[in-house]
Design a protein around this ligand. Structure first.
Ligand code: NAP
Length: 282
């Protein structure tokens, strides 16, 4: 048996097309254009590529982009002053600071400075708290994108055993909260988990977000499981996920590839969050 491949590119294209339509009608109704401000500190090449991709995607759906770049040795006060300025700017619907920031800066403090109404990355303490309490609020684009992929693939969540490998604030924790909210039984694994293979073998839904290529072996996958590979690591031949895809595809019922699975959904959901923020402000 070979698993169904969950096509994140196709799903993301549909989300983006819908956002473009919704942006056009929002502009027609309100006379306002949604805006996304990105803040990039330093000259990390990968981060610059991610920010460039986000800005380009904004332009494609009619969202105005505000692309702020600061030198690597910038002071924390200067970054926070910029965030304050963006929080107050009526043209800016959403604000995100690309992580990681250089070591001398407090990344969590910077992301937490974003106005909760503009927190399109869902990284403020208020947004994380609202998610944990089951209240409405912004949810990070990657976990939100995974939920859309699971829905698209018709994966039953209520009562399912879900295992999330990775407990980052950016992905693992919000992902676990979303699955819990959808009534899955959720296990969060991490680098200190005693028997990772055994935990994975219980999973009806297995989500890996680690950044170690091939960590999840084929024989860790429960037959018929849905496997979502969030990991992205640059290797010689391109990008590698956390799952041994060639082996897992023989055992799972459905699986996301890398590239072309979760990655494209992240930008699509960021655009969606930005439009939601603009609607809230209007
Ligand atoms: P992170 O903050 O580095 O977190 C990695 C997590 O993996 C940590 O919780 C860590 O455990 C755990 N871990 C590390 N080694 C492990 C091991 N051998 N066994 C089990 N768990 C292990 O990373 P992140 O920001 O969540 O991102 C994770 C991966 O997803 C990266 O490859 C990243 O590039 C990718 N990602 C992709 C997208 C996308 O749009 N496609 C978006 C976000 C992230 P400890 O907590 O114990 O250290």
């Amino acid at each position: 048996m070979s698993a169904t491949i969950i096509d994140g590119r196709a799903m993301a294209a549909r989300v983006r097309a819908q956002v473009a339509l919704d942006v056009a009608s929002f502009v027609a109704q309100t006379g306002r254009t949604p805006g996304l401000a990105t803040v990039l500190v330093g000259d990390d090449a990968a981060s610059a590529v991610y920010v460039g991709g986000k800005q380009k995607a904004c332009a494609e759906v009619g969202i105005r982009g505000f692309d702020h770049r600061l030198p690597a040795d910038v002071s924390l006060e200067t970054v926070l002053a910029l965030i304050d300025e963006l929080n107050a700017d009526q043209q800016v619907s959403g604000v995100l600071c690309q992580l990681p920031v250089p070591d001398h800066l407090d990344g969590a403090g910077i992301t937490n400075r974003v106005d909760v109404r503009k927190d399109v990355d869902g990284l403020t303490i208020a947004s994380a708290g609202r998610l944990a309490l089951g209240l409405d609020g912004f949810v990070g684009a990657t976990p939100a994108g995974v939920m859309l992929l699971l829905a698209e693939a018709d994966v039953p969540l209520a009562g399912a055993e879900a295992v999330v490998i990775g407990r980052s604030n950016l992905f693992g924790k919000p992902m676990a909260q979303l699955l819990l909210r959808a009534h899955a039984t959720v296990t969060i694994c991490h680098s200190r988990t005693g028997d990772l293979a055994a935990a994975c073998r219980r999973a009806d839904i297995l989500i890996a977000a680690v950044g170690v290529p091939g960590l999840v072996r084929g024989d860790w996958v429960k037959p018929g499981a849905t496997v979502i590979d969030v990991g992205v690591t640059r290797v010689d031949g391109g990008l590698a996920g956390d799952v041994d895809f060639a082996a897992a595809v023989q055992i799972a019922a459905a699986i996301t590839p890398v590239p072309g699975g979760v990655g494209p959904m992240t930008i699509a959901c960021l655009l969606r969050n930005t439009l939601t923020a603009a609607k809230m402000h209007a």
